[in-house]
Design a protein around this ligand. Sequence first.
Ligand SMILES: O=C(O)CCC(=O)C(=O)O
Ligand SMILES: [Fe+2]
Length: 359
Amino acid sequence: MKLPHVSQEKYNKKIEKCKLKTRSDIQLDQWQRGNYHAHDYYDFKDNLERIDYSTTVEEFEDYIRNGKPVVITGGMDKWPAYKKWTPTYLAYTYRYEKFKVGEDDDENIVYLSAKYFFNYCFREGLKDDSPLYIFDAVDSKHKYDPGSSQATCHLVDDYTVPKYFRNDLLQLGGSRRPPFRWIVIGPGRSGTGMHVDPLAWNALIQGEKRWVLFPPGTSKDLVNPKNIDKEPCTWFATIYPKLKNKIDMIEIRQKPGEIVFVPGGWLHIVMNLNFCIAVTQNFCHPLTFDRVWLETRYSRKKLAAKIYKQLPMELQHTVECLKRLPAIASSSDDSTSESSSDSDIDVVCQCHGIKRRKS
Ligand SMILES: O=C(O)CCC(=O)C(=O)O
Ligand SMILES: [Fe+2]
């Protein structure tokens, strides 16, 4: 595979800096301490239904209404990204563009340019226990164009939102809408710790992802015990075997071209089995409006006001009814809100920006 050339010295400096910032708790010589790359992560059975993209939008509403996860096949065949987004293409096209690979201890974003990141993925990233992972908003990436430094290339032009997810009330928020679509790229064992999303879909362009989802109401403390290293690779190697066959869980081995639909309230953990490129997006379908509204009206008042003005009559009526209820964000409920009492910040609330776990 062809990747942009980097000088070894500069490469080492950049990668060390990113590692020290994103994981100040791990010594540089300890990034492969657990030898997790030698663990067999393929010993599991996928148990989730597949539906084809010929499924109609109306038929799919049953999954949204009932909060039922499902995998969609055949929905990405025509995406330019599906053929175009190889490591070589992305590494050269975005070689100077900086992508988010994590946060430091003060929650400052840590960036790494594509030319170093892709080299990392196929060097020490192949063996690091929990490798650096790009999880960044897709909207504003600039293409490298020797003729014009102004040229831009929007990654979002390379894919289309699957038909099931286009009815999205958060669009009414216009420029007030917080980041809601991300590109995710990383080597085997990179991934995302246990969290819930409002409603999300995840489309895999390259590689294979391993997912475990727990139904709403599952105790987070049970499936994600406190004070244990909760990196996905550690979780799958140590906690998963204890839960297997003892507790209801959905397991997925997502293949390229498959789109996972994740309804609100399902705790889930995701690990890349090998080098993966994916896009993930959140949305608010009218059928799930109540839940998102209860949180948004408090956490993002201006966004909520803007959306409210444009809502169809029947949803404005729903809002009037909801006003009589306490906000989810202020309840002592589980992990579904950023302001939840659960403070070990492995909460991803994609409506309100993403936080990756650091400890
Ligand atoms: O691919 C990942 O690492 C994140 C997956 C996820 O949690 C999602 O798309 O909702
Ligand atoms: Fe998620």
